[in-house]
Every structure is written in structure tokens, then in C-alpha cells.
Design a binder for this molecule. Structure first.
Ligand SMILES: [Zn+2]
Length: 330
């Protein structure tokens, strides 16, 4: 089911269904659907395919809109579903000209791209939201779904209340994810609102990704009703679930030479030990893990006949380590 043509076919089918809904329930911008049930004023936003090839949540997005429209799923507030990068998704690409998930905010360094225009168009919608749930998938396989966002108390409580996963990769809130521009969720937190990113699975259509997306989207809606109709508080809801496993970056190996490469079959959350060989540099010298922890974001770019990476990447892998939540919660 996950060969390229089948993925593209599935994606165009889901996007067509979404466009049909957007005619009936138009949202504030292109590629958005909005439903307003009017019981309270707060506004929940879901974003999917901010990276075009991370399509695994589309089936759950369509089925949620279907259930909301038929009132099979009860919800009292205003909800907007945003598809971030439709043109890239139709080509099963991460983006057309620039990573949309680095194009938000002022300091984004690339201008006049499809993605920059799209980011500017989405910003007012993000400014109007009271919670953003942003759904992604990873390039390589992952042993767990995980949340990833800069620490922000309310966002953390939302993530914990939603459930979905206990793995939480975080960083101090003042540290940007990337110097080139803001991610969609970062933009929302910069405005003081909670925003959570969930990585479901490896990119593509997977049953586990569909189920997890469906479960977490419905939980967001349910929790929003409880919080905004004041039957309970976010804090109480979050305390029904166990504390998340806080993981922080302890090391990033720079992709300092296009010949640098990793050993095969490293995945997200591969456990590594100190001084373990993880790959080889341009002189065929081993690249050793500086510490124990979980490996994340291993890069296996396409290469030319001489083994040079065809992609310009800043890191070849990251190591994360468990951290005491109290470091962040104090
Ligand atoms: Zn992504």
C-alpha cells in the first residue's frame, strides 16, 4: 500500500474529500474546514501535512469531519482543520521550495516562496486559536510515537491530558527548534497559546498512525468541551494520566561532510551506549556516540555515485537523554 503511486492516489482522494467539505464548511483560508457549534467561543485548530509527505493523519481528519458534520461526534466549540502544504502532499514531497515548518514568524530567511506565502496566510488563523494540535510523522521508522515541542506549561498539560504517548522530547522554551524560522507550533506558543506537536509514526499510511491520530483528535475535542464548558480544568484532566517521560537533546552530530554516513537500520529511539560506533566520517573513521541515550532523527539521504549526500542537512543524528521533569516544572 505504501508504494509511491498508491500513496499519491490515496492522498489525492483524501484531499478531494477535504476540498468537498471545505465547500460545505469553509474555513478562514484555503485548504481549511471550520465547524462552529456555538456553545463557547474558544477555538481549536488541527494542522496536518505541514510537511507534505506526512500524510498518515489524513484518514482520521476526514473521518472526524464526517462524524462532526453528522453529529455522531458531539462537540460544542469552534474547530478548524488546516492542511498545511497541499501542493507538496500531492507530489508526496516534504515541501515545494522551502520547509513550511520553518517559515513562520518574522525572522524566516526565505521570502517569495509558496511556503512563505502559505505561512503568512495561516498566521492570523493561528493567532485566533486557543489550542493547536499539529500532527506529523518521522522520516525513518520510530519505535514510539512522541510529542516534540519547546517546554510550555499549558502545552505540556494538554499533551499529558490527550494521552497518545508518554514520550516527550522537549527543550527550554527560549531555544528555537531551528535558526531559519519558526515551526507552526512555535509560532502559536510565541503568542502565549498552547500548541502541541505529535509525531505519529514513520511517514505514510499506516493503521497504527490512523488509529493514534483518530484517538488523539477525539480526545482533544472531548477535553476542549470539558475545559471550556468549565466542567473540569486542564490540570485535573492532565493528572488523570501519568507524567510524560521528558527527553532532552544531549548531543547533535553535525552533518559536516557530505560523505558522512550512518550504519544501517538505526531508527528513532534506537538505544545507544557511550562510544558505540554509529557510522563513518569522510575518512572512514568511526563516528562514536558521545554518551548513552536514545538516538533520534537518523538521516539516510539520497547519495551520488561517490557517496556524497544530495541533501544539505545540518545534523546526521541527535542523542536524547531522560531529564527530570522538575527541571522544567519548577
Ligand atoms: Zn513533520
Amino acid at each position: 500500500m505504501n508504494n509511491l503511486n498508491e500513496i499519491k492516489l490515496q492522498t489525492s482522494k483524501y484531499i478531494k474529500q477535504f476540498q468537498d467539505f471545505s465547500l460545505k464548511y469553509p474555513g478562514p483560508v484555503a485548504h481549511s474546514v471550520q465547524l462552529d457549534f456555538g456553545k463557547y467561543k474558544e477555538h481549536i485548530v488541527f494542522s496536518a501535512i505541514v510537511h507534505g509527505e506526512e500524510v498518515g493523519s489524513l484518514p482520521a481528519i476526514i473521518s472526524t469531519i464526517t462524524s462532526l458534520a453528522s453529529k455522531k461526534v458531539k462537540f460544542g466549540g469552534r474547530v478548524t482543520f488546516l492542511l498545511g502544504n497541499v501542493p507538496a502532499a500531492l507530489e508526496n514531497k516534504r515541501f515545494l521550495e522551502q520547509d513550511l515548518n520553518r517559515a513562520f514568524g518574522e525572522n524566516s530567511d526565505v521570502q517569495n516562496t509558496y511556503e512563505k506565502t502559505r505561512a503568512l496566510e495561516l498566521q492570523p488563523v493561528l493567532e485566533s486559536c486557543d489550542f493547536l494540535f499539529d500532527i506529523h510523522q518521522t522520516k525513518q521508522p520510530t519505535q514510539f510515537p512522541f510529542y516534540t515541542f519547546g517546554f510550555h506549561e499549558k502545552s505540556h498539560l494538554w499533551a499529558r491530558a490527550i494521552g497518545g504517548t508518554e514520550m516527550f522530547i522537549t527543550r527550554p522554551s527560549h531555544k528555537s527548534f531551528s535558526v531559519s524560522g519558526l515551526c507552526i507550533d512555535e509560532y502559536v506558543r510565541k503568542k502565549g497559546k498552547p500548541a502541541v506537536t505529535l509525531e505519529l509514526s514513520q511517514k505514510g499510511y499506516h493503521e497504527s498512525a490512523r488509529v493514534l491520530a483518530q484517538r488523539t483528535i477525539l480526545r482533544v475535542l472531548k477535553n476542549a468541551d470539558k475545559i471550556f464548558m468549565k466542567t473540569t480544568t486542564l490540570k485535573k484532566l492532565s493528572h488523570k494520566n501519568r507524567e510524560l517521560e521528558f527527553l532532552v537533546t544531549s548531543y547533535k552530530e553535525p552533518f559536516s561532510h557530505p560523505k558522512k554516513s550512518l550504519k544501517e537500520s538505526l531508527t528513532n529511539f534506537t538505544k545507544v551506549t557511550e562510544a558505540e560506533c554509529l557510522g563513518f566520517d569522510e575518512n572512514k573513521k568511526p563516528i562514536l556516540s558521545p554518551s548513552s541515550g536514545y538516538l533520534l532523527f537518523p538521516k539516510y539521504p539520497n547519495r551520488d555515485e561517490n557517496g556524497n549526500s544530495l541533501e544539505l542537512l545540518s545534523e546526521i543524528f541527535t542523542i536524547v537523554k531522560p531529564s527530570n521533569p522538575f527541571v522544567f516544572l519548577k
